[in-house]
Design a protein around this ligand. Structure first.
Ligand SMILES: C[S@@+](CC[C@H](N)C(=O)[O-])C[C@H]1O[C@@H](n2cnc3c(N)ncnc32)[C@H](O)[C@@H]1O
Length: 284
């Protein structure tokens, strides 16, 4: 017979020994996930006896976490822009850094957010960027594209669960290929990690997140080049183009954008002071 406190302590010890950062927090979240309790309840109800089947379930998930499966995949969800998103092994776990892209894009859209804008999110993953923008731009419609059919299915589910299905469409595709019409706002957080850096990523990322979400290979800039090449014809006059970039890539991406003919190319920093977003505008 185990109490909740004992179950959490054992899981936390296991995670600490595996080198997981924040082992107690993760152990509490895992126990809360299994038992349907929040973290405050987990602490307050430490003397409750836990059913044998639930102890086994906590142990199984703790073993997965000890093998460094990301918490978002274990819990199956992640909050982004204060909205809930389903996350699977086929999708990138939405990062707080990416909220900088949403914030910067909304800043440039300004009062245009009330207009019937057409949004395009390339490499949509969970659909988090598209959903966040649609939630802030009530008259907008949008398309999210991903080359992974599994990720696109998750994005469709998220968009529907958030009640945005009538204003968004998710497609499986290769960046801009096959898109018809023009878009007023084109955003992307593409795979950008240089090939040589993949081996140095944290195990949670390297072993469990989809490789095609992490790196385009080579110098890490291939996806930007491919997207910029495809913009001709689908960027409306005056369209805003906004990219998330990796640390140290902002100047290179800004140069690629200027070379494509985009104007007013500017950079935005994330909360850590890293140039994280590059924005530009299609000529009128
Ligand atoms: C860094 S993840 C970003 C996911 C999501 N937008 C986010 O910010 O959390 C990049 C996404 O691009 C997708 N992707 C990779 N190559 C692609 C391609 N050629 N065309 C469309 N999407 C692609 C991946 O499947 C992945 O979902």
């Amino acid at each position: 017979m185990s109490t909740l406190k004992q179950v959490v302590n054992e899981a936390a010890v296991r995670l600490r020994m595996a080198g997981v950062e924040g082992p107690r927090r993760d152990a509490e979240l895992i126990a809360g996930h299994v038992l349907g309790l929040d973290r405050a309840q987990i602490i307050a109800r430490g003397d409750d006896v836990v059913a044998v089947a639930d102890v086994a379930r906590v142990e199984a998930l703790a073993a997965e976490r000890a093998a460094r499966r990301p918490m978002a995949q274990i819990l199956g969800r992640r909050e982004f822009w204060s909205l809930p998103f389903k996350v699977t092994a086929a999708t990138l776990d939405p990062r707080p850094d990416t909220e900088t892209l949403v914030d910067a894009t909304l800043g440039v859209i300004g009062l245009g957010r009330w207009k019937p804008l057409r949004l395009l999110d390339l490499g949509t993953g969970t659909g988090c960027i598209l959903a966040a923008l649609l939630s802030e731009c009530p008259a907008a419609t949008g398309i999210g594209v991903d080359a992974s059919p599994e990720a696109a299915a998750v994005a469709s589910e998220n968009i529907a669960a958030l009640g945005l299905g009538a204003r968004a469409e998710i497609r499986v595709g290769d960046w801009c290929a096959g898109l018809a019409g023009t878009f007023d706002v084109i955003v992307s957080n593409p795979p950008y990690i240089p090939e040589a850096q993949v081996a140095r990523l944290a195990p949670e990322v390297r072993l469990f997140e989809p490789r095609m979400a992490l790196t385009p290979g080579g110098d890490g800039l291939g996806a930007y080049r491919a997207i910029l090449k495809g913009l001709h014809g689908i960027a409306a006059p005056g369209a805003i183009v906004a990219f998330e970039v990796g640390q140290g890539q902002a100047d290179d991406v800004a140069a690629l954008m200027s070379a494509t003919g985009l104007t007013a190319v500017t950079q935005r920093h994330d909360l850590a002071g890293i140039a994280r977003v590059v924005l530009g505008q299609q000529g009128g």
